[in-house]
Design a protein around this ligand. Sequence first.
Ligand code: GSH
Length: 222
Amino acid sequence: MRTLFHFPLCPGSRTIRLVLGEKRLPFEAIVERAWEQRPEFLALNPAGNVPVLVEDNGLIVPSAYVISEYLEEAYSDTPLLGRTLAERVEVRRVVSWFDTLFAREVSGRFIDERVMKRLSGRGNPDGGALRDAYAAMRPLMRYVNDLAEARNWLGGSFLSLADFTAAAHLSSLDFIGDIDWGKVPAVRDWYARMKSRPCFRPLLADRISGITPPDYYTNLDF
Ligand SMILES: N[C@@H](CCC(=O)N[C@@H](CS)C(=O)NCC(=O)O)C(=O)O
C-alpha cells in the first residue's frame, strides 16, 4: 500500500494529503513525530522532515515540493498545475509564496510556537515570536484576500496546487484558532469551497492530544 509519513499540523503534509485525495490515490497515513529522529525514518529521508511518500514499488519521495511535482508527473489524469506555461508559472509562484514567505513569517512560527515546542518538550510559546507572527500575518492575509477577490481560485481560473497548498497552511492555522476570518471575507468564501471538497474530510477529522480546535474548524458554514 502507498504510504505517507506525515504530521497532522504540518502544512507540507496537509498539502500532500489533499493532493492524494483529489487525485483519488489511496494511501495509508502514518503519523511521524519527526523531531524524535527515528533511525528507520531517517533512513527514508536523511533530512528528517515530513512528509515522505513511499510508493508500492518502493520509490521513496521526500519533501512536499518534490512529492507534488512527482505526483503531477506520475498521475497526470487530474492535472493540478495548469495547461499553459504561463498558468504553470503562476501556480508555482503562489505555491512558493506560501511555502517560503508565508511559512517563514506566519504559519511556521505559529505552529512551532503553539504546537511543536510543546510536543517536543522545548518549553512554552514565546510571546514576542507570536506577536511578530501576528504582525506579519496582517499584510500577507490581505494579499491572499486580494488574490481571492480577483480570481475564481488562488492560482488562476482553475483549481490547482496553489489552492491545496494555501488551504494546507490556512487550515493548520485555523486548527490552532489563529485566523480572523471576518477580516478576510474573500478568503473565507474560497476556504468554504475548499473545505467542502471530499479530499478535505480527513483533515477536518484530525485531532492532536492537548490541542482542541475551535468549533468552526470542522464547520462547513463558518
Ligand atoms: N516544505 C518542507 C517542509 C518540511 C518541514 O519543515 N517539515 C516539518 C514539519 S512541518 C518537520 O518535519 N520538521 C522536523 C522536526 O520537527 O524536527 C518540505 O516538505 O520539504
